[in-house]
Ligand binder design. Structure first.
Ligand SMILES: *Cc1c(COP(=O)(O)O)cnc(C)c1O
Length: 370
């Protein structure tokens, strides 16, 4: 029976490997009694992800957010960091929690990533880095961003939480900029229950050692604590889940593709419905199904309610914009980023996950079209 007849369809559903694959690994964990602190599965996952993500080096973390916080700390930044208001709370919070000031650049209206043409005007003598987001798995204008960063001697850190396994011009997305952060949260394309990583394009031993130190309390050796670190270590249970899911992730992505294409088939060419467009230079992961309702017969919030009434929980990703959060009240004006504001009012992300049945996709589309 389809999910919709059973109960509720949520925007996503965690991908799980066959249970016995996981329990087999649990037995090894029991035998060794090594539960965390860079154990066997941690190291195995690290090695496998370097290959899968096509990156030079990687450091694993307990979750994506702490990966980003530790990365910013490791970069030793000061002053201002230019970022996008059209993202998950984590991106900006990681900047602020490092004592830095986020400066919001607007997004472009085609793929919702940071507008590289508006970037340069946001740079001041306090700017030290740019933190763009490959939002919905849409890859930022990495060439133009790098060119601007080089000219102004800025670091570029990507929030690649949505871009697991994607490639741009044949290279792993995690190889662009100075470093990238990935999230392996249960709701993402690839999960280790909770988990995250920082990657670099070239082998960067210095940064990886710094990140290792920071995620392990700043401990350098048995008798030396060299920095004010925290605890960001990925445990063996999470690493084992990651290893199991990694065996199946290509299958997950192929099934997502079918769901994605079914939505496009159903909603294509409808006036007022703006669908995502794939970039020919990107190997996509079909992580999200963002649909923009612009001058459609019903607005985004009405569609949201209609779906909810039919037991379908779509999500208003990303509403509200980060620069209008109550925790940042008085510091920013959301009208300064008009494209982000408009998208936050018009985009709905529809359910997409490997096991969503195509007949449920059809029914969701019928609710939208009727
Ligand atoms: C999920 C997500 C994060 C945070 O990752 P966690 O693993 O949940 O900590 C950061 N940025 C974006 C854009 C995300 O979607």
């Amino acid at each position: 029976m389809s999910d919709i007849e059973n109960n509720v369809i949520n925007v996503t559903r965690a991908s799980l490997p066959p249970l016995d694959e996981y329990t087999e690994m649990l037995r090894d964990i029991w035998d060794s009694a090594w539960l965390t602190n860079m154990g066997r599965y941690h190291e195995e996952l690290r090695a496998k992800l370097i290959d899968y993500l096509k990156v030079g080096s990687i450091q694993l973390f307990v979750n994506g957010h702490s990966a980003l916080e530790f990365l910013i700390q490791a970069m030793d930044l000061s002053g201002e960091v230019i970022t996008t208001p059209f993202s998950f709370a984590s991106t900006t919070h990681a900047i602020v929690r490092n004592g830095l000031k986020p400066v919001f650049c607007d997004i472009n209206i085609h793929d919702y990533t940071i507008d590289a043409d508006k970037l340069e005007a946001m740079i001041t003598d306090k700017t030290t880095a740019i933190l763009p987001v490959h939002v919905y798995g849409n890859i930022c204008d990495v060439e133009k961003i790098q060119e601007i960063a080089d000219r102004h001697h800025l670091k570029v850190l990507y929030d690649a939480a949505h871009a697991f396994g994607e490639e741009y011009k044949g290279k792993g997305v995690g190889s662009y900029g100075d470093a990238s952060m990935f999230s392996f949260h249960a709701t993402k394309v690839f999960n280790s229950i909770e988990g995250g990583a920082v990657t670099t394009g070239d082998v960067n031993e210095e940064l990886m050692e710094k990140l290792y130190e920071l995620k392990n309390f700043g401990i350098l050796g048995q008798e030396e604590v060299a920095s004010v670190g925290g605890n960001g270590k990925m445990n063996e249970f999470a690493a084992a889940m990651g290893l199991c899911n990694l065996r199946h992730v290509d299958g997950y992505i192929s099934k997502r593709k079918l769901v994605y294409e079914r939505y496009i088939e159903n909603l294509n060419g409808v006036k007022g419905i703006i669908l995502p467009e794939l970039n020919k230079d990107v190997k996509p992961n079909y992580a999200y199904m963002p649909v923009r309702f612009h001058d459609y017969k019903r607005n985004r919030d009405e569609i949201f309610s209609i779906l909810k009434g039919g037991n379908v929980n779509a999500r208003k990703y990303f509403y509200p914009c980060i620069n209008s959060y109550s925790c940042y009240r008085g510091q920013y004006d959301v009208n300064d980023t008009p494209n982000a504001l408009l998208c936050s009012q018009e985009i709905l992300t529809l359910p997409i996950y490997p096991d969503l049945s195509l007949s449920d996709v059809d029914r969701i589309c019928m609710m939208i079209l009727n």
